[in-house]
Design a protein around this ligand. Sequence first.
Ligand SMILES: [Zn+2]
Length: 393
Amino acid sequence: MNRFTLLAEDGAARRGRLETAHGTVETPVFMPVGTAAAVKTLEPRDLEALGARIVLANTYHLFLRPGHERVQRLGRLHRFMSWPGAVLTDSGGFQVFSLGERTGRVKGGPGLVTIAEEGVTFRSHLDGSRQFLSPEKAIAVQEALGADVIMAFDECPPSLADRAYHERSLARTQRWLVRCRQAWREIEDRRADDPGAEQYACDLFGIAQGGLHPDLRARAIEEAAALELPGYALGGYAVGEEPAQMWEGVERDAPRLPRGKPRYLMGVGTPEDLLAGIAAGIDMFDCVLPTRTARNGLLFTSRGKVVIRNARHADDTGPIDPACTCYTCRTFTRAYLRHLFKAGEILALRANTLHNLHFYLSLMQGAREAIEQGRFQSFRRERLAAWREGDPT
Ligand SMILES: [Zn+2]
């Protein structure tokens, strides 16, 4: 098992350390998203220079292309993508279900996604081929990909789905969690007995669902905790509810997750969300937001957001953020970055991505230091005030 050590606590906020066979991850941590085994526009050495120590890769996408068995033959994800750091894979469930949701065909029938007790049948978004994922299959695929942390296969219903749906879905997700754990333990045992196998921990994290229903969430957490898994996630937040509803839930649920295990809030979020999540006791985050918005020309700075295409930057010889030490800010002016973006240059996407990820990762570093020094709440207040007071650009 990867080792998680809780180093300090400041209110509910936690400073921890996750030691994996592919390096040490200091928490709270933000994990850049590399959907198809690449963080778009960046090289592994860029990620290392940014201080990233763990990235997320998407099981759904890699399962369909190039296929988990091929990735396994090619040395699993670390060698395939030449990334020496840690990797976390999601289970593929979220993408499978959001695919069904977009087409309104989740609930059985001949639609794109069919859920049964055994697993989920869906059509590939690439070629329309019929595919199947079950708890056992999702664990086998993630093990083949070679992630250091793998996620349980669950259903993530829209938070505003009715209670009856949430109850049925959660009951099945909990049965699936037991199957995931069984499949994971069998793989671990097989690997431990195989002298030729690469020996590294591939830790299963359970996911607690339950929508916006406190009693369902409490049951999900209690049952998952009883399985004594290496880590736990809150899923099913930021899927359609109001931010206030989400935070009410996260602040209630996060402290109930086992104290000695890493806690992961899936798919969240904005810089403000990261600070709120840390305050609630979350250790791990992932989101496409900083990389996706970078490619759309939206940049995060110590004084709020910058929209680089705006005319006001056309002759601006300053950096995106005078307080930022990233390569982009040390090298390029706003005027040049605006020109690159307007001209559709690939460098614009890359320069912007470097900056936004640097912003996210430095924010987390600042949060870690603040927790160590017992001043996280004032750190959070100061950051929020500076983002609000900055020039709207
Ligand atoms: Zn910068």
